[in-house]
Each structure stands twice: as structure tokens, then as C-alpha cells.
Ligand binder design. Structure first.
Ligand code: FES
Ligand SMILES: [Fe+2]
Length: 359
């Protein structure tokens, strides 16, 4: 697991109404809550007798332990113990982690001093979630039984869509992915990929895709045009940007062929957070710039959830077959379409090596 990165810890709605959320992140139990409007992420273990603080409650702007009632402020300082004149602030400090609410998610930093970590920031691609031009909704799969890299692999591997998502995301782009070349400019009928220290970008322009695209893309055109169905020809554009260690922005833009004035885009931001070495939380935010309505946002989240339920079956069984050893220690076969997943794993490996060699 890589510690020096921001990770998504929760969807904002999970902390509504004074709720204290318990979630294990990077092997550490964390309690997440809001105090005086600010998100707090604390070690979910009271310094007194180690009861989980997530069974406590928020009282008068502080977190109150549910066992003997010690109270902590948003910095983790113990501010009162029932029946004591002075709180043992020095010996009863609750460990907290940097946490922020940005880009439609609650983020946590569990690594070394965040200020000293060389300006590590949130993935740039997620900034789109702060724009009011996009309607969005969040989804979550908690505690998936798979290492975060298997989920990463899946989220920007388009080739599986023909087999796992034949009812939604299948299409000609799956074959184009398998034959992609290096490059960063859109070329009609070709997928290109570019790799840098900051991540991997895939681009595809595919005009006149007709019926060679899955139902999801055709539906996107129909919703954008505000018609029940669209059965004409379609131009499609894909831009997938993966940022290490585990963030994928997946943009699909479609328009009726030749009509560039009627372009409709959806962007799904995917974030995978390791829970342990072999389990992960998968968060997503599904955004679109057409057909604004809360009902459609909810329907988009439901559609993404249904699709990822198809992935979940495969990925969890895959992890079970892989077992405790790393996949690449077991000599898996290689396909031409694996190229960017392998590059991504190299970038992750580099981050991991940088952490282990730091003083
Ligand atoms: S365990 Fe929290 S106050 Fe005793
Ligand atoms: Fe999938």
C-alpha cells in the first residue's frame, strides 16, 4: 500500500446528520465525522481504554467517547473527562489525520507530514466535480475483496467491456484499445496513449460508429437531445486519464454524426482506496453536462452501480484465484491490450520505491 497520497475516505452524504462513520483505510481503523462544519478523520480508538470512537457521538462541537465520556475537539485534543477538573490533554491525545472535503468527496491523508510530501495534491482531473456545469451523483462499493491494483486495472481496461458489460459499454472501442499506439492527439478510428510521470492518458476519436457502440452511448445521445430514443449514426470520443496511485477519469463524448453543436459528455471519476492488502473501497462520482436533473443523476449512479456489480463478480473471484502472492509472481500470460496497465503498475511501483527509500 502507498501511504503518501490523498485517498477518498467517504462520500459526503455518509457524514450527514452528525453521523460518525467507521472505515478501515490503509489497514487503520478511522472514524470520520464533522465538527463545527469541518471534516475530522481520527484514529478510531479512544486513547483511554481503546473503545472505538465511532460508537460515540458528536456533542456540543466535540466528539464524545461512548464508553466513559471523554470529549475531543477537532484537533484530537481531549477537552473534558466527566468528574475531572482538568482533562489529561497531554496523555489523552487522539491521533487525527489531515482530511478535506473537495471535488465531491471526503479525502484523507495518512502518510508522512502532508506539507513535507512535496506538494502532493488531489488528482487534477477531479477538479471538474467542483464546476456547476456538471450534474453529479456518488456511488460506493465498500470493502471489495480485491487488492486496489486489480480494481485499477479494471477501471481503465476497456477491453473487458465486450464481455462483462455487453448490455451497456460494449463497442468497437474495445478492439481499438487492443491495438493502440503511443500518441496524444485524437486520430479518427485510432486509440492513442501517452505516459508521463503524472499518469496515463488514452484518447480515441471514432466517427460514424453507428451500431458498433454499446447501448449506453446511444442512450447518452438520446438523453442529450431530449428524445426517447436515438437510432442515427454517432460520433464518439473517449478520454481516459489515470493518475497514480488509483484515480481514473473516464470521459465519453458523443454527438449525432457530423453535428458538433450537439455534443454531450459524461465523466465518471473513479477512486480506489486500499482498505487492507487485499481489500479495497471503490468510490465513483458520475457527472454529465446534459439533461440536468436529480432523477437522471440518480439513474446514472444506478446504471454505474449495476455495471460495476458485473465487474465486482469477476474481480473478487480473480483475487481469490490469485491468492496471497502477487499476480506477477505467478507468470500471467500477456496480451497486446495489457500495455497501459503494465505502465500504470510501473508508476505505482515507483511511488512505492520512493516511500521505502525515504529516510
Ligand atoms: S474508552 Fe473512551 S473514555 Fe474510556
Ligand atoms: Fe467494467
Amino acid at each position: 500500500m502507498i501511504k503518501n497520497s490523498w485517498y477518498v475516505a467517504a462520500n459526503p452524504a455518509e457524514l450527514a446528520d452528525g453521523r460518525i462513520l467507521a472505515r478501515t483505510i490503509l489497514g487503520t481503523p478511522v472514524a470520520l465525522y464533522r465538527l463545527e462544519g469541518q471534516v475530522v478523520a481520527a484514529y478510531d480508538r479512544c486513547p483511554h481504554r481503546f473503545a472505538p470512537l465511532s460508537i460515540g457521538k458528536v456533542v456540543e462541537g466535540s466528539l464524545q467517547c461512548g464508553y466513559h465520556g471523554a470529549r475531543f475537539d477537532k484537533t484530537g485534543k481531549c477537552i473534558s473527562v466527566p468528574g475531572q477538573r482538568f482533562a489529561p490533554a497531554r496523555t489523552c491525545a487522539l491521533q487525527t489525520f489531515p482530511a478535506v472535503e473537495r471535488c465531491g468527496f471526503i479525502w484523507i491523508w495518512m502518510g508522512d507530514d502532508v506539507a513535507a510530501a512535496g506538494g502532493n495534491t488531489l488528482p487534477e482531473t477531479f477538479a471538474i466535480a467542483e464546476s456547476s456545469a456538471w450534474d453529479g451523483g456518488n456511488g460506493l462499493f465498500e470493502s471489495l475483496q480485491a487488492n486496489f491494483m486489480l480494481i485499477n486495472d479494471n477501471l481503465f481496461d476497456i477491453t473487458h467491456a465486450d464481455f462483462v458489460h455487453s448490455d451497456s459499454f460494449a463497442g468497437r472501442q474495445c478492439l481499438l484499445y487492443r491495438t493502440m499506439d503511443a500518441g496524444s492527439e485524437y486520430q479518427n478510428g485510432k486509440m492513442v496513449h501517452a505516459v508521463s510521470e503524472r499518469g496515463i492518458t488514452l484518447r480515441l476519436l471514432d466517427r460514424n460508429v453507428g451500431n458498433a457502440c454499446g447501448p449506453f452511448f446511444r442512450q447518452q445521445v438520446a438523453l442529450g437531445l431530449g428524445v426517447p430514443e436515438y437510432d442515427g449514426d454517432i460520433d464518439s470520443e473517449f478520454e481516459v486519464i489515470w493518475t497514480p496511485p488509483s484515480f481514473t477519469s473516464f470521459r465519453v463524448t458523443v454527438n449525432p454524426s457530423g453535428d458538433r453543436a450537439a455534443r454531450f459528455s459524461s465523466v465518471v471519476l473513479h477512486a480506489v482506496t486500499p482498505e487492507s492488502e487485499r481489500t479495497s473501497h471503490y468510490f465513483f462520482r458520475a457527472l454529465r453536462d446534459y439533461a440536468h436533473s436529480p432523477q437522471l443523476s440518480a439513474a446514472f449512479v444506478d446504471a454505474m452501480t449495476a455495471a460495476f456489480n458485473q465487474d465486482k463478480v469477476v474481480i473478487e473471484l480473480q483475487q481469490a484465484r490469485i491468492g496471497v502472492a502477487d499476480l506477477f509472481e505467478q507468470a500471467p500470460a500477456a496480451f497486446a491490450g495489457d500495455v497501459v496497465q503494465l505502465r500504470a503498475r510501473k508508476l505505482i511501483e515507483k511511488m512505492r520505491a520512493a516511500e521505502t527509500t525515504e529516510p
